[in-house]
Design a protein around this ligand. Structure first.
Ligand code: DX5
Ligand code: ZN
Length: 220
């Protein structure tokens, strides 16, 4: 089993000190930085735009993992790619012409991802496996940080892992929502390559220890 990668979600950081927060998780060994974009339509909350993404880009070399929880992803992939997003995920539930949208992300030089909500069946992804670099397997209904992981997602993750290994070994599986040290080991065992974690990282005073715990390492 290769080492799981950790993507702290900026949604849970102290927004009054974004620059310090970004630097603290970079120094603590984060592999990616997860950037939650919410539009107040697809999800009942509003967050960050391309301007903040570009500002964060200037603070760190970490890959920016942009999660678009928006109804108009087609309007936003380009501004986020220009702002420095290296990875952009759109929701299978929100995008009408998914091949076109994923092709656009790829053409803009970013890695295309598809996010899938807890209640959306795995079959919704059947036709897009060859087009994606990663799947963002939602383990909560998106919109807010600090929710509890929905347990039915564990079996779904295992099924996605089996399909991935058979059909598209290059596709990374990321799990997003309610990830904490108590479930991180099981998520890894069931097939997660990347764990997105907001509260579990930014809610901890010692970010290195929090990231180590999510990896299942002894905090040094
Ligand atoms: C939920 C977001 C998640 C969120 C995770 O809508 O997509 O990325 O920030 O936060 P925690 O880890 O606190 O559940
Ligand atoms: Zn997210």
């Amino acid at each position: 089993m290769s080492r799981v990668r950790i993507a702290p979600s900026l949604l849970a950081c102290d927004l009054g000190r974004v620059a310090d927060e970004v630097r603290s998780v970079a120094a603590a060994g984060a592999d990616l930085l997860h950037f939650d974009v919410m539009d107040g339509h697809f999800v009942p909350n509003l967050t960050f735009g391309p301007g903040l993404c570009a500002a964060v880009r200037r603070l760190t070399e970490l890959p920016l993992d942009v999660h678009l929880m928006v109804t108009n992803a087609d309007d936003l992939v380009e501004p986020f790619a220009v702002a420095g997003a290296g990875r952009i995920a759109v929701h299978v539930e929100a995008v009408t012409h998914l091949h076109r949208t994923l092709g656009r992300i790829h053409a803009l030089g970013a890695v295309p991802g598809v996010a899938i909500n807890p209640a959306t069946p795995v079959a919704a992804l059947d036709e897009v496996w060859p087009l994606v670099g990663f799947l963002l397997v939602m383990s909560v209904d998106p919109g807010f940080g600090g929710q509890r992981l929905i347990p039915e997602v564990l079996d779904k993750l295992a099924r996605l892992r089996a399909i991935r290994d058979r059909r598209a070994p290059g596709v990374e599986l990321a799990v997003d929502g309610g990830v904490e040290s108590d479930n991180a080991g099981e998520l890894q065992r069931l097939g997660a390559d990347i764990l997105v974690a907001g509260t579990a990282v930014f809610g901890a005073a010692d970010r290195s220890a929090a990231i180590a715990r999510l990896r299942g390492e002894e905090a040094g």
